[in-house]
Design a protein around this ligand. Structure first.
Ligand code: BES
Ligand code: ZN
Length: 645
């Protein structure tokens, strides 16, 4: 409901302030009213046209056909509705690039009637508002529709773009607001629903969803799914392709193309242990199975926490388990995000900050404090870099309404790293004996609910601050949540292993020898990342050649190393790396890994040419989300505007 924000803000501006900061109050009644109003503002989702206070989707029943030839999903979505407001007589849904064929509603007598509907012109970010007239307040409504080949939330791969080269592939990525490009929905995390799906697919493509996938399902082209727990729309997910299963434990396993499944199961063999650690700390895993689907390298993210079926990039399969914190992260979302969900993307930290904190606790428990601390330091260095130039408005945990035009543009340093850092601050002040049960209690208290930051604050004040007085003040809480930057009280993390890397780098920069193989042989991915990240902005090309000769960075199979090496090489005119850099950003579509290379390339005229040529070639294999980011970087560079790192 994008257009009501301003009016809501105006209405409550005097009482609550529209800046998200808590106002001063004269009486407890004022304070209570203001808190309620502040929460109402916090729960307005500016990225959805839906009107969940009028009517809510309780259950979704999908009936879809996967058509690889036309890159289309077509069929129907049937909603079971809860008409919350007695005056409500229309259902407003979010859509993007969908063709809507027909809308029918079930009457009280069980017959279905045609309903009038209108599709508004497309907004670039939000898509098209679909308004369905329902004067009878039908208990069920069905929309018959088809997706566009350009659906922002789907990627279609031809057989040649897969590993097996025989079967086409398709997958969804719904977060933040792309579910609406493949299902007409109330596409806001405020609304949670159960779902079922009947999906048909041609040939021997296996279909999987964020639901009760059966490891033994017959590949007969006809698949049925049930998700009995209520989920928000951004967790709706589907994939189809030549996918096979390998178990890790009775309740966990891996789905992947046949050539990858064995390697993936080996890399992710600690998944069951991760589940047990998380359960010990935060209570039972409530989603029955936990499987991981390994996608083609074009998957635009590292991972996506689709319930019961995490989607993951193959770029973390490096053979030594050094990047499996990604699994810890996506698994952690089973508590932070999927169980307790932000009610709007403004409160992204409730999902990602909590998850990054829990991820780090799992990593510490399984792989030790040294690795957990190195990962913290890498993230915080990245935050420090980002905070040199990003708008202070993006540095607050609970974003003010209207801060972001597109919710995909949030500052990840804030949402992930500042969010996790804040929880680590609380952990240190209260001690794990108090903080761990608090967090477990929080997940339990708000289980299967979607909440704004204000609810967390209320809960933390009652169950932490008031329970253990004198440890953290409300002012400190407010500073972390509503002020930009990192509070001076933030805990510091030391890493002796990184200190050794710093010393080795410095010795070389000061004219000494490069660290010996005996030392570097023990380095993890994190140490290599830190080694490269600490290099100066400028370094002569012959020095880069020396590094490359010693460690073969150019052409590295490790995407985390490639992400740091190629920008350093490009920015310093070390042209020997260009061909491998171009190959890397063509083969991989994971945004985080390849955008730094594009951003480095577009800074010089020759680099810009290489970026454009590479993009032209790579684009058919990219996901729409990655294509959009690359397009924006190239367009900005051409306009002469500074591009973001
Ligand atoms: N939920 C996110 C992915 C996401 C966030 C998609 C916002 C769209 C909008 C997922 O859990 C995530 O955080 N993935 C990270 C990996 C993680 C190890 C930090 C990624 O993809 O880089
Ligand atoms: Zn996440």
């Amino acid at each position: 409901m994008r257009y009501s924000i301003l009016s809501l803000c105006l209405a409550v501006a005097v009482a609550a302030g529209c800046d998200g900061a808590p106002p001063a109050h004269d009486t407890p009644r004022d304070a209570a009213m203001a808190a309620a109003e502040q929460q109402a503002v916090a729960e307005v989702d500016e990225y959805s046209y839906a009107e969940p206070d009028q009517v809510r989707i309780d259950d979704l029943a999908l009936d879809l056909k996967v058509d690889f030839d036309n890159r289309q999903l077509a069929g129907s979505a049937t909603y079971t509705l809860d008409w919350a407001d007695p005056k409500a007589n229309r259902l407003v849904l979010d859509t993007r690039d969908l063709s809507i064929e027909k809308v029918v509603g079930e009457r009280a007598d069980g017959k279905w009637e045609d309903l009038k509907f209108s599709l508004a012109p497309k907004d670039k970010v939000l898509g098209s508002k679909l308004t369905i007239e329902a004067p009878q307040r039908n208990p069920r409504i069905r929309v018959t529709y088809a997706t566009s080949p350009e659906a922002s939330g789907l990627q279609w791969l031809t057989p040649e773009m897969t590993q097996g080269k025989k079967t086409p592939f398709m997958f969804s990525q719904s977060q933040q607001i792309h579910a609406r490009s493949w299902v007409p929905l109330q596409d806001t995390p405020r609304v949670r629903f159960t779902y079922t799906a009947h999906v048909t697919a041609p040939g021997d493509a296996m279909v999987l969803m964020s639901a009760d996938n059966d490891p033994n399902a017959a590949r007969d082209g006809d698949y049925s799914f049930k998700m009995p727990q209520k989920i928000p729309s951004y967790l709706l997910a589907i994939a189809a392709g030549d996918l096979v299963f390998q178990p890790i434990s009775p309740r966990a396993g891996v789905w992947a193309e046949p050539a990858t499944v064995g390697k993936a199961a080996k890399e992710f063999e600690d998944t069951e242990k991760m589940m047990r650690t998380a359960e010990r700390l935060y209570g039972p895993y409530r989603w029955e199975r936990y499987d991981i689907l390994v996608l083609p390298p074009s998957f635009p993210y590292g991972g996506m926490e689709n319930p019961r079926l995490t989607f993951a990039t193959p770029t973390v399969i490096v053979g030594d388990k050094s990047l499996v914190s990604l699994v810890a992260h996506e698994l952690a979302h089973s508590w932070s995000g999927n169980l307790v969900t932000f009610s709007t993307p403004k409160d992204g930290w409730l999902n990602e900050g909590f998850t990054s904190y829990v991820e780090n606790r799992i990593v510490e428990d399984l792989y030790g404090k040294e690795l957990a601390d190195m990962e913290k330091v890498i993230a915080r260095n990245e935050l420090a870099e980002e905070y040199k130039q990003i708008d202070p408005k993006l540095q607050v945990l609970a974003l003010r309404p209207g801060t972001l035009a597109d919710p995909d543009g949030a500052s990840s340093a804030t949402v992930y790293t500042k969010g996790a850092w804040f929880l680590q601050f609380l952990e240190e002040r209260f001690g794990r004996d108090a903080f761990d049960p608090f967090l477990k209690g929080y997940f339990d208290h708000f289980a299967f609910q979607s909440i704004p930051t204000t609810k967390f604050i209320e809960y933390a004040k009652a169950n932490l601050l008031a329970k253990y007085p004198g440890k953290v003040s409300e002012a400190e809480l407010d500073e972390w949540i509503y002020q930009p930057g990192i509070p001076a009280s933030a805990p510091k993390t030391a890493s002796p292993r990184f200190d050794a890397v710093d010393a080795a780098r410095k010795a070389w920069l000061d004219g000494g020898a490069l660290p010996e193989a005996a030392q570097t042989a023990k380095w993890s991915t994190q140490e290599w990342v830190h080694f490269i990240e600490g290099m100066p902005e400028t370094l002569p090309a012959d020095r880069l050649a020396a590094l490359d000769a010693a460690y073969q960075f150019t052409g590295t199979p490790n995407g985390e190393i490639a992400q740091r090496w190629y920008p350093l090489a490009i920015r310093n005119g070390y042209a020997q790396a260009n061909a491998a850099a171009a190959e890397f950003i063509t083969r991989v579509g994971r945004r985080k890994l390849i955008m730094p290379t594009y951003n480095a390339l577009v800074k010089t005229p020759d680099g810009l040419k290489l970026a454009e040529a590479t993009f032209a070639q790579a684009r058919p294999g990219y996901h729409p989300i990655t294509s959009a980011s690359v397009e924006e970087t190239i367009a900005k560079a051409k306009q002469g505007a500074p591009s973001t790192p």
